[in-house]
Design a protein around this ligand. Structure first.
Ligand SMILES: Cc1cn([C@H]2C[C@H](O)[C@@H](COP(=O)(O)OP(=O)(O)OP(=O)(O)O)O2)c(=O)[nH]c1=O
Length: 199
């Protein structure tokens, strides 16, 4: 790989993804991809394939404009009973997603894609976390929908939000994966790819 000390690019508008990488001490530039996720049909794909396609599309959209830079794209999707649940369109949608989602366990799948055009780097991986809900009261649903914390979040909730302990019993797997970046895998890949660039 050519010697390159430029910071990698996070191709995401997600504040949570930036926070997670900052907390882990990484130096990076944020350039959201701006792709239209609705342009990528999910039918016939597993949730892992669909998340991987979206993560790769986001990373490539930015990498093609910055061929010498390492670019990280990511996508998080909720799966319950084999159906894919995305981000709520409005408060009513958030209300119905939460009622459905917290009636039984669901899975949160995130995909990460590391792309560098000049070096031909293309590394894609996924992670899955199972979320076990608590019995959620009517008041808690109404309060959470009113809080607006569901905006911009797949599955209409944020495990990092203070209210989430009212409706999440426990999780099996990575906590940060639910937030949008499985940091255990992401930091392992980043450390390896960033080290390769400086050799
Ligand atoms: C389930 C869950 C999702 N989320 C957020 C993470 C992501 O921001 C969002 C998943 O939607 P994504 O489409 O993966 O990401 P995004 O639209 O926010 O940003 P971009 O496409 O530019 O990368 O949901 C949480 O913050 N906490 C959670 O517990």
């Amino acid at each position: 790989m050519s010697k390159n000390n430029e910071p990698f690019i996070l191709a995401s508008s997600s504040p949570r993804r930036s926070e997670l990488l900052k907390e882990a001490g990484y130096e990076f530039e944020v350039l959201p991809s701006g792709i239209d996720e609705n342009a990528y049909p999910a039918d016939g794909l597993s949730v892992f394939e669909y998340a991987s396609i979206l993560a790769k599309a986001k990373a490539f959209a930015v990498a093609l404009k910055h061929p010498g830079r390492l670019v990280l794209g990511a996508d998080s999707i909720v799966r319950q009973d084999d159906s894919i649940i995305g981000k709520p369109a409005d408060a009513k949608d958030a209300d119905s997603i939460i009622r459905r989602l917290f009636a039984s366990p669901h899975e949160l799948v995130s995909a990460v894609a590391f792309i560098c055009i000049d070096t031909g780097t293309e590394l894609i991986d996924t992670d899955v976390t199972t979320v076990y809900p608590k019995k959620i009261s009517e008041d808690n649903i109404v309060d959470y929908v009113k809080s607006g914390d569901w905006k911009g979040k797949a599955g209409a909730y944020g495990i990092q939000d203070p209210q989430s302990d009212k409706f999440i019993e426990r999780i099996e797997g990575s906590f940060t994966n639910v937030m949008g970046l499985p940091m255990e895998k992401t930091s392992r890949y980043l450390d390896r790819l960033l080290r390769l660039r400086t050799q």
